[in-house]
Design a protein around this ligand. Structure first.
Ligand SMILES: C[S@@+](CC[C@H](N)C(=O)[O-])C[C@H]1O[C@@H](n2cnc3c(N)ncnc32)[C@H](O)[C@@H]1O
Length: 216
């Protein structure tokens, strides 16, 4: 099954798939950042994009599922987020290029049981981080209990170190601020409680203003 069909069917199968709330790691790590421009990859129903916009960020939110993107747009409107705060894009990231730079590029659980050239997408995303900006990746480090055998078989589960290696961030250009695995309590799609393990990578691209940099 193709990626568009898989994700459209997953979203169409219920009126709401995710909680609508921002991922807690986003709230924990980004709350102190000056809000500028953000790109959210695999935004789903827009919980993170809406939260970022509410903090003052100008957000570009991309997902392969038109249904998910339209739910995000509707949720933002319901919450009174000005329409020009979030640019919603229904596109396959395998074929989409950011076409600019962003002060924050995030990807939360950009994992898929069907084809997803994830490393390629994330390396392109790293290239779209502005000098002084941040790249934030959060992935399931182990399958959630509700994952099907098919999901678990096809998903790639990474340690933070593997994520950094796959990204190939050059140490002279980037500083890894967080590379760790964290446990969290969560509720599954059918209301089942679970303890999940997330791999978290937060990296900052150096800017010309950083200490020791002699650039103009
Ligand atoms: C596990 S969900 C995570 C959604 C959201 N980031 C969150 O944390 O709730 C993965 C998302 O990635 C999207 N996705 C999967 N493959 C994609 C692709 N090739 N291009 C764009 N989005 C994709 C799916 O549609 C889905 O919304």
């Amino acid at each position: 099954m193709g990626a568009v069909q898989f994700w459209e069917e997953r979203y169409a199968s219920r009126p709401q798939v995710w909680s609508g709330r921002a991922n807690q790691v986003l709230v924990d790590l980004v709350s102190g950042f000056a809000p500028r421009t953000a790109l959210d990859l695999g935004c789903g129903e827009g919980g993170d994009a809406v939260w970022l916009a509410q903090q003052g960020w100008r957000v570009t939110a991309v997902d392969i599922s038109t249904t998910a993107v339209e739910r995000g747009r509707a949720a933002a409107a319901d919450l009174g987020v000005p329409a020009d705060r979030i640019t919603w894009v229904a596109q396959d990231l395998a074929e989409w290029s950011p076409g600019g730079t962003f002060d924050l590029v995030s990807a939360f659980f950009l994992q898929s049981p069907v084809e997803l050239p994830r490393d390629e997408i994330l390396r392109r995303a790293a290239g779209a981080v502005a000098p002084g900006g941040y790249l934030l990746l959060v992935t399931h480090a182990a399958p959630p209990p509700w994952a099907t055998a098919l999901d678990s078989h096809h998903h790639d589960f990474h340690t933070p170190e593997e994520e950094l290696e796959a990204l190939g961030l050059h140490p002279t250009e980037w500083e890894a601020l967080v590379a760790e695995t964290r446990q969290r309590s969560a509720t599954g799609p059918d209301g089942q409680p679970a303890e999940l393990e997330d791999a978290i990578v937060l990296a900052r691209r150096h800017s010309s203003h950083d200490a020791g940099d002699t650039g103009e």
